[in-house]
Design a protein around this ligand. Structure first.
Ligand SMILES: [Fe+2]
Ligand SMILES: [Fe+2]
Length: 278
């Protein structure tokens, strides 16, 4: 179907706003928009009215999209590509894979976004813990998107300082709540993804209240601040500028991630071999 391209771009902050978004966020936003416009068109046709297209879908419209997809929105990007194309055979990984190996060989859909976020945090003079949290904050979305703050914190907890896993876990909840003191506003993208009238569920609300009063509140808040905004689409960031920070704060197991017998080794093995049927 045709969508109003100009209105769509404007709803995402114009061409610049779109350039700042990672590819999956763009794909999701486009998909949401198309479904929203389709629903509005059907509703207008049924009621005999010609209503102008809404800027954002409602929660009900977002929910109506569920049965339009052959997959659930929570499934990770490496598991189900949003392009609709077949998956590709993945390159083999070294016997003792490091975090950098995962960035180079497995985090194809999330690396660019988190590297840009870490780069921004570094430019903004954030602590090494916040920079590392930014570098790791969304990569778990390769395998699971639902509650990705909690999944992500769990994936990294055995290897990073507690402050870093705290920041990863709670950035998810804080992203729904503005904090004008640090210039953080509710993301426009969320109106598109969740619906204009979306209210976060009670556990997100309770988590926010808890973190708001916590002495480490600013750790996850700074991940949120350095997350979506102010990306420079012309900057190509590599993992190399972060090698020293990783070396100082990430306990790389000598057997390699996935072979270390930690409580989360299976999660790393799942990323190494996502084509294993069982
Ligand atoms: Fe996130
Ligand atoms: Fe993010």
């Amino acid at each position: 179907m045709d969508i109003d391209r100009k209105a769509f771009l404007e709803s995402l902050g114009g061409a610049e706003g779109v350039a700042r978004m990672d590819s999956e966020a763009r794909a999701d936003a486009l998909e949401s928009r198309m479904m929203s416009e389709l629903n509005s068109a059907i509703a207008a046709k049924n009621s005999g009215e010609t209503k102008p297209a809404k800027t954002y879908p409602t929660v009900a419209e977002v929910e109506a999209q569920i049965e339009s997809r052959p997959y659930r929105a929570g499934v990770g990007f490496m598991m189900v590509p949003r392009s609709g194309e077949n998956v590709k055979k993945l390159p083999p990984m070294p016997a003792n894979p490091t975090l950098a190996d995962f960035f180079k060989l497995r985090f194809a859909d999330t690396a660019n976004h988190v590297l840009q976020s870490a780069n921004l945090a570094m430019k903004n003079g954030m602590s090494e813990e916040v920079i590392l949290a930014c570098l790791l904050h969304d990569v778990v979305q390769e395998i699971m998107r639902t509650d990705h703050g909690w999944w992500g914190a769990q994936l990294f907890e055995p290897y990073v300082p507690e402050k870093v896993s705290f920041a990863i876990r709670y950035h998810q909840a804080l992203r729904y709540y503005a904090d004008p003191s640090v210039g953080y506003e509710y993301p426009e993208l969320y109106r598109e993804l969740f619906g204009a009238d979306y209210v976060p569920p009670p556990y997100i609300q309770a988590t926010y209240e808890m973190v708001r009063k916590h002495k480490w509140y600013m750790e996850p808040r700074m991940v949120a601040v350095n997350d979506l905004y102010a990306f420079d689409p012309n900057v190509v960031v590599t993992i190399e500028p972060f090698t020293d920070i990783i070396g100082r704060h990430f306990k790389q197991p000598k057997e390699g991630l996935g072979n270390d017998g930690s409580s989360v080794a299976h999660m790393w093995r799942t990323i190494i071999r996502p084509d294993q049927p069982l």
